[in-house]
Ligand binder design. Sequence first.
Ligand code: ADP
Ligand code: MG
Length: 238
Amino acid sequence: MGRITLDKVTKSFGEVQVIPPLDLTIDDGEFVVFVGPSGCGKSTLLRLIAGLEDITSGQIRIDREDATHVPPAKRGLAMVFQSYALYPHMSVRKNIAFPLKMAKMDAAERDKRVDYAASVLNLTDYLDRRPGQLSGGQRQRVAIGRAIVREPAAFLFDEPLSNLDAALRVNMRLEISELHNTLKTTMVYVTHDQVEAMTMADKIVVLHAGRIEQVGSPLELYHTPRNTFVAGFIGSPK
Ligand code: ADP
Ligand code: MG
């Protein structure tokens, strides 16, 4: 299950509060996109959910459990890093299996999970290659594979496509949406790209200076933006 609840969550760096009290519920199986201009707090919010940063006050729940003080590795969430986080000297299979090896999972179960992830991601024929022998899109899929094998309650993506060229971005966008249809696992996806938000999201969270300006489906935001910031950002005519 992958229901994530943020209850009056705040985050300050020193004296500066970058996230004022914020409430948000992400439902199990939802594809939620955090969108907003650079510096608005998208990455910080994702890192708070992942546990990579501590919240300053408030509570984070994953399903019904208080996860506020649970370390990142025990939250059951998988952060997908950009493809350059792969190990260049390891095969694709070893790269994907790496988190399972760290968790000391036995080899048979590890292979089963890697084979499943590879089949979902069309990487079956590339398992013996090294990352340097793959295209940018394939490398990004390996990074996603490394998350899939952990069978997380939710996937967390921080601008995973920002270092890919335009054509590849469109492809990967479709592939990630397809992956969501296949796995039906909660996905939280950060981007500053309105097109990604509008085409991928079940629910969009528009952020501005750490505050939620509006939450809604792409159509709701397009047709009934709450204010000129949302309208301007989403590109609708208000
Ligand atoms: P986004 O991902 O939307 O571009 P960030 O979450 O990275 O925005 O940053 C939000 C705000 O928090 C920015 O003003 C940024 O400078 C500040 N910030 C982020 N991380 C830190 C940090 N480790 N220390 C101090 N300030 C930070
Ligand atoms: Mg960011």
